[in-house]
Design a binder for this molecule. Structure first.
Ligand SMILES: NC(=O)c1ccc[n+]([C@@H]2O[C@H](COP(=O)([O-])OP(=O)(O)OC[C@H]3O[C@@H](n4cnc5c(N)ncnc54)[C@H](O)[C@@H]3O)[C@@H](O)[C@H]2O)c1
Length: 327
């Protein structure tokens, strides 16, 4: 019988690509999503259970009905600025939400968890960032993810849970066939915003900070293609089967950071259009460089990004957005 995997947040950006990768690897992804931020039409590779993960009893019923081999947990509030303004809502969704997922897994006897964590747990630590570095999150969002990692580790210790906390750097790009891509509301990520600016949608791109100690003065980030992230989830599900109980952290990036101006140049190459922009001051809380040491994921999970060069990332994102925007 086809093995099932519960994908909490599978109607969202990264989760929908992971569901597709699971299906490609022979699993049936069962998406649990409230559709608070995701899209029903992004659920194409298995059933959708429309449900808030904080409804523990209903979530446990879904798990009992499907008897999954693992849970992938993407469901969260993700917009950093909103977290600063509404911390209680963020802690409720991200921390209480994960406690509910863990409780439901316990009730249903599910032993493997892959959790969407983030490089935001490192805060302003000096790069390259390794998994052993202490957490110093500089935002409510980062603190929710750091707390959840602690909760997962404590739960794993007593419950025998096997968990992978995948710390993504900057997820970007779209499926090469254009079926799925990034659709956040509000959108705060650089590549979709730069593409929108190039397409003449909105007010143009704001470049936050031009006086960082970086080669061109703008901030450096580590962009990783969403399909490479998706593949890493499948690898984690498989690796966890024989792993020791506990919470295992993995960075997922490329280790080759790019500046805002380099990304804008890639957008111009992909679209043939200039990116209207305004150069402005630094944004509070932003750090100059975020880049991953990915050696652990490469060695242990066999993580080998295939699509994470910036031209492929931007080309696939542009194809997706053109279709969305009717261009
Ligand atoms: N996108 C990135 O660059 C990035 C980077 C690092 C980490 N992450 C993490 O990856 C995960 C997925 O990010 P994304 O960009 O796909 O976000 P997204 O908003 O596109 O997807 C999140 C999904 O979770 C669902 N959801 C939220 N709260 C829920 C709840 N209480 N019950 C049920 N469903 C709920 C939303 O409807 C949405 O479909 C998040 O946990 C995020 O923190 C993302």
């Amino acid at each position: 019988m086809t093995q099932r995997v519960i994908v909490c947040g599978g109607a969202g950006y990264v989760g929908s690509h992971a569901a597709r990768a699971l299906a490609g690897a022979g699993y049936l992804p069962v998406v649990v999503d409230s559709l608070s931020g995701g899209h029903a039409d992004a659920v194409r590779w298995g059933p959708l259970e429309q449900l808030d993960i904080r409804k523990t009893a209903a979530l446990a019923d879904v798990m009992l009905a499907h008897a999954p081999v693992a849970v992938l947990h993407f469901a969260a509030s993700i917009e950093v600025g909103i977290g600063e303004r509404e911390p209680l809502a963020f802690y409720d969704n991200n921390v209480a939400g994960t406690i509910s997922v863990l409780a439901a897994m316990k009730q249903a006897g599910v032993g493997r968890l892959v959790f969407s964590s983030t490089c935001a747990v490192y805060g302003a630590a000096a790069p390259p960032l390794t998994e052993e570095m202490p957490h110093r999150p500089g935002s409510v969002y980062g603190r929710t993810k750091s707390m959840v990692e602690t909760i997962i580790a404590d739960t794993a210790r007593v419950q025998g849970l096997k968990a992978a906390c995948l710390r993504y750097f900057n997820a970007a790009g779209a499926a090469p066939d254009g079926l799925t891509g990034e659709r956040h509301d509000p959108e705060t990520h650089l590549i979709p915003l730069a593409l929108a600016a190039a397409a003449g949608r909105g007010q143009g791109l704001n470049v936050f900070g031009t006086d960082y100690d970086t080669p061109d003065g703008t901030a450096l980030r580590d962009y990783v293609h969403v399909c490479d992230l998706a593949d890493a989830h499948v690898a984690a599900v498989r690796w966890l089967e024989d792993a020791e109980a506990g919470a295992h952290a993995f960075n997922l990036g490329t280790g080759e950071p790019l500046s805002v101006l380099q990304v804008m140049a890639a957008v111009q190459r992909a679209t043939g259009l200039a990116v209207p922009h305004t150069l402005g001051p630094r944004r509070p809380g932003d750090v100059p460089v975020l880049t991953a040491d990915t050696s652990k994921a490469r060695t242990v999970l066999g993580f080998a990004p295939r699509l994470s060069d910036i031209d492929t990332i931007v080309r696939t994102a542009w194809a997706f957005h053109r279709r969305q925007w009717g261009l």
